[in-house]
Design a protein around this ligand. Sequence first.
Ligand SMILES: Cc1cc2nc3c(=O)[nH]c(=O)nc-3n(C[C@H](O)[C@H](O)[C@H](O)COP(=O)(O)O)c2cc1C
Length: 187
Amino acid sequence: MDLPWNDERSKRFITNVGLITSVGPFGQNVMACEWTHHVSYHPGLIAVCLRPDEATHENIKRTREFGVNLCSTDQSRMSSIAGAYTGAKFDKIKALEDLGFKFYKGKKISAHMIHGASVNIECELYKEIPLGDHTTFIGEVVEASNNIEKEPLAYYDGKYFIMNTPVESPTYEERDNMGKIVEKYKK
Ligand SMILES: Cc1cc2nc3c(=O)[nH]c(=O)nc-3n(C[C@H](O)[C@H](O)[C@H](O)COP(=O)(O)O)c2cc1C
């Protein structure tokens, strides 16, 4: 069966917003991508799932690299623009610069990267997997820098959120008691 975009069940997932930068036939570009996932530590691999009709898709296919900039809580407007216009028709980088956002040249890749993102990760294409109506591009991390003072933005139910209320973890005593119950069911 299908689980379409905007379906109430699809909207239950809480995600980051990856601002995916690329360069290629459509020039320097940025798009918003909630399906951005860290999928391996050794080597560091990041998966992004893109629709084949997007400019970023074509850029990545051509240059085999992309930037993953995790949107920070003060960059939701950038996400709205990056996610609503296509680089096939608009120079979103110039428009965003006009709006005060700042980019820098990638250290290891030719695509621009975004100042003030929560984390900046430069990737070289490791694998490309067509999956359903999206293509999963897996990127191998070649450069990564952390902006510890910038909180990542959360995305849920079509809205942006700040994650600021940690849920209490079980105490050691509770963990001990739960562990005893699990032990009862050891296979
Ligand atoms: C918050 C948000 C999350 C998005 N997540 C994805 C995603 O995971 N995958 C995808 O293909 N498009 C996603 N989009 C849509 C693209 O960002 C949109 O199609 C964009 O215009 C593509 O730009 P491009 O053609 O310049 O590559 C998202 C949009 C928004 C606003």
